[in-house]
Design a protein around this ligand. Structure first.
Ligand SMILES: [Zn+2]
Ligand SMILES: [Zn+2]
Length: 161
């Protein structure tokens, strides 16, 4: 299943099976046209983005970043409190407990693979060892490209009015 991000407004569409047909952004009405080659949809393994056909993708854990951070932050704050009351055993329990929860979450949540170019999210595909974790340099390169594309889209819209 994939979720496609609208290049005009950054809205993520609902999860759906990859297709070669165009659809419209539910938020702004922009036409989302997949640029795949027909054979791309038949491969079980994810080698290329199932929306734009690009082959640079990254993997990340499929849980929101803020959740992991809040668990960590909450544990640190709670351990300050227990530490200041000299409850050393509690301090250790909180710190180790939160690490365990983090570890469990990490173990149980699945991966999501994102396309660097169009940021489409791909879920439920067999893992591809070629795909690396997020890399800021590569991301930044494509972010610039997306910004240019956005300007192009906006310029075309004002022309057509
Ligand atoms: Zn949109
Ligand atoms: Zn893509």
């Amino acid at each position: 299943m994939i979720r496609v991000m609208c290049p005009a407004c950054d809205h993520y569409g609902p999860p759906h099976r990859p297709t070669l047909d165009a659809s419209r952004c539910a938020s702004c009405g922009f036409e989302l046209l997949p640029t795949l080659e027909p054979g791309d949809l038949d491969r079980p393994q994810l080698t290329r983005c199932r929306f734009c056909g690009h082959d640079e993708m990254y993997i990340q854990k499929d849980f929101p970043h803020w959740l992991g951070l809040s668990i960590l932050l909450g544990a640190v704050l709670a351990s300050f409190v227990t530490y200041s009351y000299h409850l050393i055993a509690w301090t250790w329990a909180i710190l180790l407990g939160s690490a365990a929860i983090d570890g469990l979450l990490y173990y149980f949540v699945g991966n999501v693979t994102l396309c660097y170019r169009c940021l489409s999210q791909h879920r439920g595909y067999p893992p591809n060892p070629e795909h690396q974790p997020f890399e800021l340099g590569t991301f930044e390169k494509y972010r610039q490209e997306r910004l240019r594309r956005r300007q192009q889209i906006l310029a075309e819209e004002t022309h057509s009015r």
